[in-house]
Design a protein around this ligand. Structure first.
Ligand SMILES: Cc1cc2nc3c(=O)[nH]c(=O)nc-3n(C[C@H](O)[C@H](O)[C@H](O)COP(=O)(O)O)c2cc1C
Length: 368
């Protein structure tokens, strides 16, 4: 058991993590309304899962315009910072480590979620057929996204500054660091992928130009809070929310190399989102490892054995278990002792109350 690679400690920047098991970011849509504020209930939920080596918070919008779905939390107001402080205190009290996933959705939203404003993106290209959850006028439901407008160069600088401020706010809220959400079709991803970026200025066209927004955001947040507190999540192959790259292995290997040069503390690869789980070739994973020498996290449909193999093969340093953490608050203990995993209830993933959030028991049946 002492040989289990999932339980080897790991140094991550200034943190010493107790194991290689990550609770990856998962939106649960239970922020207090109005104001999109993290709650005591959320503090309990995250604290219950503090035996993970690292928790990444659910996606957390950096500005009102960065919000894609009703009931998700933000980190731009004083009230939101205070809400998150309760979460981070509770996680730390239980011996855990937690970083904030900083989220700007770009075009993956609807005017109803952003105070009637027009969604923004790299380019005026619509996320075709993508629907987002709104809760306007007391009638919650899904609506299709609209065609966004392209950011001007000055507006890009303003958004970069919002990321910088949100990183500062995250430290003020007690987080151990931040993860930039560069995955799953949201704003950073919209700049990265060739088919969602039709710009003809310095932010589009060549690979170097498509990487520029990511580079500027990373540089800004790193200067603000220290690069040893900055991780980045990327989703090279998934096409969630309509972002597609013509040559993902080239694009994302270059992104990993850039993040290595900038010195971010980890890169977090999302291999799957729900059922969209394209197979990532082993050669691609080896190329990412060669391009980036920091900590590499992978998530997407892992079980304990696949996770151990990934660590032993050397292309991953930590493994995220998303859906398993929802219904198994003591997941590391279950992995260590080879105990069975409980299946989650899909009906309580998004929205609602404590049911399906904090009432999943430990393996022995006791409260988490
Ligand atoms: C309910 C739910 C919400 C999610 N929300 C986010 C999110 O806010 N940010 C993100 O980067 N990924 C999000 N994901 C993706 C997960 O982080 C993870 O990559 C995915 O679930 C695949 O891992 P798994 O097969 O272990 O569940 C979400 C997944 C689920 C199930």
């Amino acid at each position: 058991m002492s040989q289990d690679p999932l339980f080897a400690p790991l140094r991550l920047g200034q943190l010493t993590l107790k194991n290689r098991i990550v609770m990856p970011p998962m939106t649960r849509s239970r922020a207090a309304q109005p104001g999109d504020v993290a709650t005591d209930l959320m503090a309990t939920y995250y604290a219950q899962r503090a035996s993970a080596g690292l928790i990444v918070s659910e996606g957390t919008q950096i500005s009102p315009l960065g919000k894609g779905y009703a009931w998700t939390p933000g980190i731009y107001s004083a009230e939101q910072i205070a809400g998150w402080r309760k979460v981070t205190d509770a996680v730390h009290a239980n011996g855990g480590a937690i970083v904030a996933q900083l989220w700007h959705v770009g075009r993956v939203t609807h005017p109803d979620n952003i105070g009637g404003a027009h969604p923004i993106s790299a380019s005026a290209l619509r996320a075709e057929g993508v629907r987002v959850f709104v809760d306007s006028n007391g009638a919650p439901g899904f609506v299709e996204t609209v065609t966004p407008r392209a950011l001007s160069v000055d507006e890009i600088a303003a958004v970069v500054n919002e990321y910088r401020q949100a990183a500062r706010n995250a430290l003020e809220a007690g987080f151990d660091g931040i993860e930039l959400h560069g995955a799953n079709g949201y704003l950073i991803n919209q700049f990265l992928d060739s088919e969602s970026n039709a710009r003809t200025d310095q932010y589009g066209g060549s690979l170097e130009n498509r990487l520029r927004f990511l580079k500027e955001v990373v540089t800004a947040v790193g200067a603000e809070i220290g690069m040893d507190r900055v991780g980045v999540r990327l989703a090279p192959l998934t096409t969630l929310n309509g972002t597609v790259d013509a040559n993902p292995e080239e694009t994302y290997t270059a992104a990993a190399a850039l993040l290595g040069q900038l010195g971010v503390v980890y890169v977090h690869i999302a291999e799957a989102d729900w059922d969209d789980a394209p197979v990532m070739r082993r050669e691609f994973k080896e190329a990412l490892r060669a391009a980036y020498s920091g900590t590499l996290i992978y998530a997407g449909k892992y079980d304990a054995e696949r996770a151990r193999s990934a660590l032993r093969e050397g292309w991953a340093d930590m493994i995220g278990f998303g859906r398993p953490f929802i219904a198994n608050p003591d997941l590391p203990e279950r992995i260590k002792l080879s105990l069975p995993w409980t299946a989650h209830d899909p009906a309580t993933l998004f929205g609602g109350d404590a049911h399906g959030l904090t009432d999943y028991p430990k393996a022995d049946g006791s409260a988490a």
